[in-house]
Design a protein around this ligand. Structure first.
Ligand SMILES: C[S@@+](CC[C@H](N)C(=O)[O-])C[C@H]1O[C@@H](n2cnc3c(N)ncnc32)[C@H](O)[C@@H]1O
Length: 219
């Protein structure tokens, strides 16, 4: 899954992952993270998610990274926000009060550019990446967010042999393998959502499990 693949998907309007509402899991489970308002929240692979706006509304300083300039353009115009845009290294930074989005490759983002997030919200990022890229993703995320920063992770799981990703299947075992050394991981929600996702049933899936994990900093 290279940068061109995702940019092309945005150009073609193939963004079935985007929700026209705030992800219901976010307001439902956010209080369980016990973060102060004015926390810096990092949203990797953020797309044009309305969750960014919701997080800002809670008083947080929101930071995101996204490959597609079109996604960011649509985010700001659809929210009626006027961004200031400037360059910093490999990134174009689009920002308005409370929201700073880095346009470029997550894997090139550095702690110097990002600052220090105190919480990470990851919805549909791991499932955007093929299995071979996910250990690098997890490692790079560890380098960007301190181990003291709790996380909320929303993923999908299904039998990978039944369909090619994206979205890719991410199992609980993989979540544990990638992050279990650094966090105590609690699966706080899980549901088979295949019945509401006819397009995936048509692609051959017999199960589509959406799960929400809370990562508690170890120790
Ligand atoms: C499945 S979408 C999820 C978007 C968002 N988290 C949401 O909930 O709507 C994955 C997003 O990651 C972006 N993306 C993929 N690889 C990336 C990378 N290496 N760096 C930054 N963004 C990336 C894609 O352009 C796409 O918008």
């Amino acid at each position: 899954m290279d940068a061109e693949f995702w940019k092309q998907r945005w150009e073609n309007g193939e963004t079935g992952f985007h929700l026209d509402e705030v992800n219901p899991f976010l307001p439902r489970f956010w209080p369980q993270l016990h973060v102060h308002n004015k926390s810096q929240v990092f949203v990797p692979l953020c797309g044009k998610s309305l969750d960014l706006y919701w997080l800002r509304e809670q008083g947080h300083e929101v930071r995101g990274v996204e490959l597609s300039p079109l996604a960011l353009q649509q985010f700001f115009s659809e929210q009626g926000l006027k961004p200031e845009i400037h360059r910093a290294g490999a990134f174009e930074i689009w920002e308005t009060e409370g929201i700073r989005l880095f346009c470029g490759d997550f894997f090139e983002l550095t702690p110097e550019l990002l600052g220090q997030p105190s919480v990470v919200y990851d919805r549909a990022s791991m499932i955007a990446l093929p299995p071979a890229m996910r250990p690098d993703y997890a490692r790079h995320l560890q380098s960007l967010a301190p181990a003291s920063a709790p996380r909320l992770l929303v993923t999908l799981d299904y039998e990978q042999v039944q369909m090619d990703g994206p979205p890719f299947a991410v199992s609980e075992a993989e979540v544990q393998a990638l992050y279990g050394d650094s966090f105590r991981i609690e699966k706080i929600f899980s549901e088979d959502i295949l019945a509401e996702n006819e397009r995936f049933r048509q692609r051959g899936l017999t199960r589509l499990e959406e799960s929400v994990y809370l990562f508690h900093p170890a120790g």
